[in-house]
Ligand binder design. Structure first.
Ligand code: CP
Length: 311
């Protein structure tokens, strides 16, 4: 496994790296344990709301033996104007080994990586940019289902324009040999998506896809005027995976969603728990893929050995 100090973007991963993360995550899922060679500390700095990513990073850190130091941006010295870089230099000086950061600004991590900090950095999501841990957990979930990626037909449907999940997944899935398609409002299909796959109506996609990956409409990132005009029922009818559409999916096909789900908008509520849904499996897999990512940077920190990551 290629060892890194910072895991911030799927652009860092070739296919071999993705498979190494998947295999290590599967080993953790099957009960593999590792032992840190000394006490070490993690801090999760979430400047945007989160349930899944924050909780599963913390569970992953604790399972690997890290002590987790609380961080609340509303009571930290960020409110007094301290920069993110100075915050990281501060917690590094105090002894934090790993910072997991979610931030609303695209590529917030670039100056932090350029600063060559000694603590490790994992990106838990930047604005509409990247969500590498979500993408790797999605790859693990697809691999568990199909055992490969080559030639799989995967539709990413919904709020493409604002989605870091769409950006991360279209890059990795294409690189791994899957055929990516897009659905949802055409105005959210940016011109740079065309290199990864064509846009089609959900009615054209649903009967042909191996994976229907739905995305949440991100009301918090829509302009206020367009959010006020947003009609959830009309969206569901035109772009959503309704029960009628789901009935047309091939028998082997699965439904994925990074969640949180707007039930009844991008996805009919009952489909969240339907037999073809892998949504809760994705959440479970998030813990193991995050353990694999953290274990990787802990080798760079000298807290684990590379041999401990081998099968
Ligand atoms: N999928 C995802 O990132 O969920 P949270 O925003 O709850 O972390």
């Amino acid at each position: 496994m290629k060892i890194s100090n910072n895991l911030v973007s799927v652009d860092q991963f070739n296919n071999q790296d993705v498979m190494a993360f998947i295999k290590l995550a599967q080993a953790f899922k099957n009960g593999k344990t590792v032992q840190l060679n000394k006490q070490a500390f993690a801090m999760n700095l979430f400047f945007e709301h989160s349930t899944r990513t924050h909780t599963s990073f913390e569970v992953a850190e604790r399972r690997l033996g890290l002590d987790v130091i609380p961080f609340d941006p509303t009571t930290s010295s960020v409110t007094k104007g301290e920069s993110l870089l100075d915050t990281l230099k501060t917690v590094q000086a105090i002894g934090v080994n790993l910072a997991v950061i979610r931030h609303p600004h695209d590529q917030y991590y670039l100056p932090l990586v350029d600063a060559n900090l000694s603590l490790s950095l994992i990106n838990a999501g930047d604005g509409s940019g990247q969500h590498p841990s979500q993408s790797l957990l999605d790859m693990l979930t697809i691999y568990e289902e199909f055992g490969h990626f080559d030639g799989l037909k995967i539709a990413i449907v919904g709020d493409l324009a604002h989605s870091r999940v769409a950006r991360s997944n279209m890059e990795l899935l294409t690189q791994l040999g899957a055929q990516v398609y897009f659905g949802g409002p055409e105005e959210w299909y940016n011109s740079d998506f065309a290199q990864y796959g064509e846009h089609r109506s959900i009615d054209d996609l649903v009967g042909e896809m191996d994976v229907m990956m739905l995305l949440r409409v991100q009301h918090e990132r829509l302009a206020q005027a367009s959010d006020q005009q947003f009609d959830t029922a009309a969206y569901h009818q035109q772009y959503g995976l309704t029960e009628e559409r789901a009935a047309k999916m091939p028998k082997h096909a699965i439904i994925m969603h990074p969640a949180p789900v707007n039930r009844g908008v991008e996805l009919a509520s009952d489909l969240v728990e339907a037999p073809q849904s892998r949504i809760f499996q994705q959440m479970t897999n998030g813990v193991y893929i995050r353990m694999a990512m953290i274990a990787n940077v802990l080798v760079h920190q000298g807290l684990l050995t590379a041999e401990q990551l081998e099968a």
